[in-house]
Write a protein that binds this ligand. Structure first.
Ligand SMILES: Cc1ncc(COP(=O)(O)O)c(C=O)c1O
Length: 302
């Protein structure tokens, strides 16, 4: 990454970084991944912006779908798309940067779970390849806890002043105690040790989930704390299984919840989170979910 301290602004979570950008970027809609997190669409709209869908296929977000004008930012999760888990293809990374430069806009890189990659080398930040037009945002929500409310944005130089002004006029500054505590955690290397230990722990959980659900279509398994389970059975199975998974703290939602246009026909799926159940209850929760899934699908993976 290209992250000079003078271009870093600390915010209350990723969502505040996103809404500050919605206040300060030049006029235009925000393109958000489809499927993507519904809460972020809502937050951007609440900040007064139109939201347009940025379709995602097995190579990640599709820059070719972006208009050459009328869009102020394309917001992406390049390392591990949420919720499909795909990694943005190198051609797409280049195309996204070319689009941003040609349209004089920015790409917002939401690196919400980049610390947790299990099967191969970490994916480099897009920001490092184009610091002039990529806003990088990292967060403590996955490495520590969502309640910490600390994130960090790395901005192109021209956006530092406008974003700092918006931050100052929104909540003056992020509270200092949490920042000082995190700074101590980082400089003492305890944060690094914590992330490494968490990575092995989540990897073990992921492996357990994969072996319990062997034969079922699972996507996005190489990183993060969630997988996407395809459900060819469609929406009824989706909502029933969601309730079952939620009762075991294993659910983030249905894939159906994540589409921009929920009324259009889409493939069905469940976004399963494996970070939440306590260590003690995790194996039983996963085994029980696998049993319910077999019941739902007539005893065999499809
Ligand atoms: C796609 C995505 N982006 C960002 C975040 C982090 O948001 P925040 O830092 O506001 O908690 C999450 C959830 O942790 C997420 O799922």
């Amino acid at each position: 990454m290209d992250a000079a301290p003078g271009r870093i602004v600390v915010t209350a979570g990723y969502v505040q970084a996103l809404t500050l950008l919605a206040r300060v970027l030049p006029e235009g809609a925000f393109a958000l991944e489809d499927p993507g997190l519904p809460f972020h669409r809502e937050a951007v709209r609440f900040a007064g912006r139109d939201v347009v869908p940025l379709p995602v296929d097995p190579r990640g977000a599709e820059p070719a779908a972006l208009p050459s004008s009328g869009v102020a930012a394309a917001v992406v999760t390049p390392a591990h798309q949420y919720p499909t888990g795909v990694t943005l293809h190198p051609d797409r990374r280049r195309a996204l940067v070319s689009w941003a430069r040609a349209a004089a806009t920015v790409v917002v890189e939401d690196d919400y779970d980049g610390e947790f990659r299990y099967d191969r080398q970490p994916v480099g930040a897009l920001q490092g390849t184009a610091p002039d037009c990529v806003v990088y945002v990292g967060t403590a929500s996955k490495t520590l806890a969502p309640g910490v409310r600390l994130a960090w944005m790395v901005l192109p130089g021209r956006l530092v002043e406008p974003v700092m002004r918006a931050k100052r006029l929104t909540d003056f500054q992020s509270e200092a105690l949490g920042q000082l505590t995190l700074a101590e955690f980082i400089t003492s290397h305890a944060y690094d040790r914590h992330v490494r230990a968490s990575r092995s722990r989540y990897r073990r959980r992921r492996d357990l989930l994969l072996s319990a659900l062997e034969g079922y279509p699972l996507e996005g398994v190489a990183a993060g704390q969630h997988v996407l389970l395809g459900l060819p059975g469609g929406a009824p199975a989706e909502s029933h299984l969601l309730r079952q998974a939620a009762a075991r703290s294993l659910a983030f939602g249905t894939l159906g919840d994540h589409w921009h246009d929920r009324s259009a026909p889409h493939r069905a799926g469940l976004v399963l989170g494996y970070g939440t159940p306590g260590d003690g209850g995790f194996p039983a929760a996963v085994t029980e979910l696998a049993r319910l899934l077999r019941e739902e699908t007539g005893g065999r993976p499809r």
